[in-house]
Write a protein that binds this ligand. Structure first.
Ligand code: FE2
Length: 304
């Protein structure tokens, strides 16, 4: 079985979003073809409540799906469909904006004031950009968790893995979204369909991704929190790894174990016209979206 090489690595960059929320962006807004069908990935881990208190007040989306995964703290949400609720630690929300939705997302820290979670944006193909919006809220306890003999834990959020199927379904990008924890020193391989674009986001511990041309693995060894890094010297913290083609990913956990998200999706391969929270195929469709917003026609009446 051929091993997918790690073809690029980078650290997520500090970014301001919403009403002054300090987060880290692993990718987004540049070169949307790079991670097609995924457009953006944000890590909103922060230990300072003032850095996220403003949250993400009412804003529109069209033409995409957003996937929020909360690891710590909670996110209160409400939307123009009349949904409202709270995402707690371990919960997932998959929001298909389709033709248009307005929503707000307000994070609250845990008892220590800490917040941790991720938001991924998946593109919709042109044929589904104007589909009816919908939400899938999934509690953490509904997410299948597989523990392998060596103690490796895989949570299957979407897609099928090791005989389990994640609870989020009907997603255009047909994604595989796994939360993987590998114990100290263990080496594991994970099969990913060759046609899928694949990335990993490492957020705890450290390890090495192994491939045929670098059998010793690419370094992922330093335990670093916010320190400057050489790009090849991948930290276990907020590191994005993009994989080339192949049939599996091979990774070995370092002395403190390793936790990362493994995300793969089928490329849509369509033109992208993107402004802020709206992503369409053409400039004209983008202009139409902003005209709809100005003229109060963004939310379609039958969507309520
Ligand atoms: Fe949003």
């Amino acid at each position: 079985m051929s091993i997918r090489p790690a073809i690029s690595t980078s650290l997520a960059s500090p970014t301001l979003e919403g009403a002054g929320v300090h987060l880290h962006r692993a990718f987004g807004f540049n070169q949307p073809e790079l991670f097609d069908p995924f457009l953006l990935f944000d890590d909103f881990r922060n230990d300072d409540p003032d850095a996220f208190a403003g949250g993400f007040p009412w804003h529109p989306h069209r033409g995409i799906e957003t996937i929020t995964y909360v690891l710590n703290g909670s996110v209160d949400h409400s939307d123009s469909l009349g949904n409202s609720g709270k995402l707690n630690s371990g919960d997932i929300q998959w929001m298909t904006a389709g033709a248009g939705i307005m929503h707000q997302e307000m994070p609250t820290g845990n008892v220590k004031g800490q917040m941790h979670g991720f938001q991924l944006w998946a593109n919709l193909p042109g044929s589904l950009k104007m589909t009816s919006p919908r939400y899938q809220d999934v509690e953490g306890k509904e997410i299948p968790e597989i523990t392998d003999d060596d103690g490796t834990i895989v949570k299957v959020i979407t897609g099928e893995f090791w005989g389990q199927r994640g609870p989020v379904d009907g997603i255009a990008a047909d994604p595989l979204y796994l939360d993987i924890t590998i114990p100290t020193g263990c080496q594991k391989s994970f099969k990913v369909d060759t046609y899928r674009n694949t990335f990993a986001y490492i957020f705890e511990g450290a390890g090495k991704f192994v491939d045929a041309s670098s059998p010793k693995g690419i370094l992922l060894e330093k335990e670093v929190l916010g320190k400057e890094l050489n790009i090849r010297d991948m930290s276990g913290n907020r590191t994005l790894v993009q994989f080339g083609t192949g049939e599996e990913i091979v990774v070995r956990a370092g002395p403190k174990g390793l936790r990362f998200l493994l995300v793969a999706g089928t490329p849509i391969q369509e033109p992208v016209a993107w402004h802020g929270p709206i992503v369409m195929n053409t400039k004209e469709e983008l202009q139409q979206a902003f005209s709809d917003l100005r003229n109060n026609r963004f939310i379609k009446p039958n969507d309520h």
